[in-house]
Design a protein around this ligand. Sequence first.
Ligand SMILES: *Cc1c(COP(=O)(O)O)cnc(C)c1O
Length: 381
Amino acid sequence: MIPIAKPFLTEEEAQAAYDTILTGWITQGPRVQEFEEKFAAYTGAKYAVAVSNCTTALHLSMIVAGIGPGDEVICPSMSYIATANSIKYVGATPVFAEVQPETYNLDIADVEKRITKRTKAILLVHQIGMPADIDAFQELCDRYGLRLIEDAACAAGSAYKGKKIGSHSDIVCFSFHPRKVISTGDGGMITTNSQDHFERLKLLRQHGMSVNDRVRHESVKMIFEDHIEIGYNYRMTDIQAAVGIKQLEKLDWIVEERRKVAAAYIAAFQDIDCVRLPLEKNGYFSNYQSFSIYLKQNCLVERNTLMQELLQRGVATRRGIMTSHRETAYKNLMPNIELPISQDLQDRSIILPLFVPMTSEEVETVSNHFAQTVTAASICS
Ligand SMILES: *Cc1c(COP(=O)(O)O)cnc(C)c1O
């Protein structure tokens, strides 16, 4: 069976975790600080704050952006559900906008139509690693006095207009879940160029504590901490950070390897006219966190039938990215939402295996089975 994904972890990551455990300092400490400094340097952002996962990163981002009850935040419904949930956590309302069929990213014209007096921010997702048009959304936010928050959960190592994701705007959130391109088990990071955000995020992730454990530990003078606001325990551990430092060293290589697989798929499916392949426009650089293919109307094999057939041939696949408004939690809260483009994309997309290392035999096996199954049943060359 060829799996849909697997994390690229080696002896080096295992050794780093082992060594960290034996130092006796296992929660947020020196390794977390080192990982933050290296991640900031990698992305080109001034600061980075490590947290327990991307969902908590998004929650803290809502708080530092000043989002609260009564506010609206525009985001895609077609995203992992944590995107919308993070808006609910602060008592605000997610307002779902449509995405572009070619990129799965927010459709700016549709977003603009949904701006009201209550809108405070746009939560911009770089879906499955393909950067959204950050400059255009920043311009829209500036024009309406809105905050821009980037959900870059899937986009570590992706780039937009020659600069890595993480350096463009004031709040960018990353995930290190095993389904993303680099992993620390669970884990998240927020990059920012704002010193105010940096200081507040550090407070909020650790109970609002004025002095962190490491500073207190290293101090030669007595220090007593104060808890200056109600915070959270959203810390990353030093064990995770030690793994993250090793993963970060490999990130550019992992992205290059992923792009080779994506290029091989694109070459193999180029001439099949009943599928739409990912579109990477000039100035956009995807890490291909996932490789999603859309089955056009002239594709006669049903998506789920195709998935079952591929499974029987030893190829694991996943259906298209979920639409949050069709999950029970949101259906109950906000019934009657219709987002035809997002719904169609979810229903007619299929995600193929993509991981590192993937042998050329594996890539060929997936390509052949996919091409055969799709073309056999379709009016499609
Ligand atoms: C994975 C993902 C998240 C959640 O990340 P966690 O680290 O698992 O909390 C949020 N947004 C998007 C777009 C994601 O893909």
